[in-house]
Ligand binder design. Structure first.
Ligand SMILES: *[C@@H]1O[C@H](CO)[C@@H](O)[C@H](O)[C@H]1NC(C)=O
Ligand SMILES: *[C@@H]1O[C@H](CO)[C@@H](O)[C@H](O)[C@H]1NC(C)=O
Ligand SMILES: *[C@@H]1O[C@H](CO)[C@@H](O)[C@H](O)[C@H]1NC(C)=O
Length: 189
């Protein structure tokens, strides 16, 4: 398991999982996800702590239409040390009906196939979104979460709305780290 964690953790923002003791907690998603409204660019405002992510900044999630009712997710981040931007493409599919906010994401370019859940716990589509990922692995669970915002520097009330979603789901904010979105590459942003 550790090897998987290490490999995945090098692959970018969208796979930074935090292994913790205990099974996945119960969380509440939105009722239905409007994929069309969710598309486009989101900035990673905050994310769950991962040691592998230290040194990464400027996280961006870009959602677009994929094949067969899937959602294509291109995540990118910039290395603080080298300034080099890396991207990873994921293909997300709703696990149930077409507007299921519980998605499962596969990463075709990775050497090992390890689909991860990505659930939308809250979003208003045009300012914030809260994503949650948790996989049970025996006595451990692999958790990850993100606060995404449409603005690179979101106003405080927008971030507060996202926090309310975390609080409602008893997800501790103590594990969240703010993503550095300063001095980012500008060409595509
Ligand atoms: C989904 O969002 C799009 C774009 O905002 C909107 O035109 C459409 O009516 C929405 N669909 C539903 C089912 O709410
Ligand atoms: C997001 O993805 C779409 C579709 O692939 C692409 O046209 C657009 O340039 C991308 N935007 C960014 C900021 O990467
Ligand atoms: C899309 O769905 C069709 C029919 O279900 C299937 O034959 C095809 O392989 C799928 N394509 C992809 C890229 O998943």
């Amino acid at each position: 398991m550790l090897r998987i964690i290490v490999i995945l953790s090098f692959m970018g923002s969208s796979l930074a999982l935090l292994p913790t003791f205990g099974i996945c907690p119960e969380v509440e998603t939105i009722e239905r996800l409007n994929m069309t409204a969710f598309m486009g660019k989101w900035y990673e405002a905050e994310r769950y702590f991962s040691i592998f992510e230290i040194g990464a900044k400027c996280g961006i999630f870009n959602y677009s239409t994929g094949d067969n009712g899937s959602l294509r997710i291109v995540t990118s981040q910039t290395s603080v040390l080298t300034g080099i931007e890396s991207t990873l493409e994921g293909i997300a599919r709703p696990i149930g009906r077409a507007d299921d906010p519980k998605l499962t994401v596969a990463y075709p370019s990775l050497p090992i196939q390890y689909p991860t859940p990505q659930w939308v716990l809250g979003t208003d589509y045009d300012s914030y979104a809260v994503l949650w990922s948790c996989t049970n692995m025996g006595v451990f669970s692999m958790k990850s979460a993100w606060v995404l915002t449409r603005d690179r520097q979101p106003p405080v009330p927008v971030v507060e709305k996202a926090y309310q979603i975390l609080d409602k789901n008893h997800i501790s904010r103590a594990f969240f780290y703010r993503t550095d979105q300063k001095n980012c590459p500008t060409k595509r942003n």
